[in-house]
Unconditional design. Sequence first.
Length: 309
Amino acid sequence: MTSILASRPTLQQLDSRIPAARSDGAVRLVSRALLLGALALTAACGSGGGEGANATAAGTTAAAPSGAVPSGTAFACTFETTFSDCGFGEHAKVPGRATMVNVAGVTAVRLHTEPGDNNVNGSGAHERNDLILNQSRSDGYEGREQWWAHSVLFPDDYVDPPESTPSTWHFGLVADFHHTSNAGGQANFQIMAMPRTAIAPGRPTGLNFQINHGDPLNPTQHTVHIGPVVRNVWYNFVYHVKWTSGGDGYFKAWVNGDLKMDYSGPTLYAGQGVYLKLANYHTAFGQASSVVHARVLRSVEPLSVSAGL
């Protein structure tokens, strides 16, 4: 099958409460065109990783993210040129692992790992190709209230981590808001891409949201299951968060328009902030693997939770 990734992404989440967003005919035309492109993409790609051609992410029809950017957005990156033009830096074993791609008209960045891509920025034996948006650009400080939106696609060459064993814990991460300390520990928020099957009941599988707070090395965790990883469809994420180490924090997360997590409580470790990471980070399993990221927005105004339109 011909690859859906062309050499050389986008995101739009328009606030449904802003009349101009709904009356802009040009935006509607662009959205329809991208939706048709997404449908064509799904039909052309067929199954991937055992999923059927009509499978959707998190049980909701997944539209391609739009390239239009709402007015008043504090940060926007649609990857039309390079990720560095948006202020992202790369963590990679080999420079250039992250490449710009086009997925059925959506400009995006492909994060790719090869066997042996270990010992990257503290990854140890695990393998990583990540993009980092520093704390200043992420505005990840105590007391900040934000809306974020971004999109992720798992292409044909994405490889699920293998099932864990009694002695080996396998995992993957595709995005997180990482705490600012260099002392290790779990990110304050992360999207985990876990094995398709579990060795025992209660072990996480597929995609999961996770919040961590308290002690970074032994955090209190709140985990919400999203669903299995589906190939070649867009996961359009929207977040509404208040960053704080106190009890008045919150983190709401939507996937393709469905509210999947409604958390209240601390969202930071005491004395720390956060920064955004787009990730392809996983245990070593001897195979190359890719994750595609598109459209990243940050706003203090509400962003629409609709599926990318």
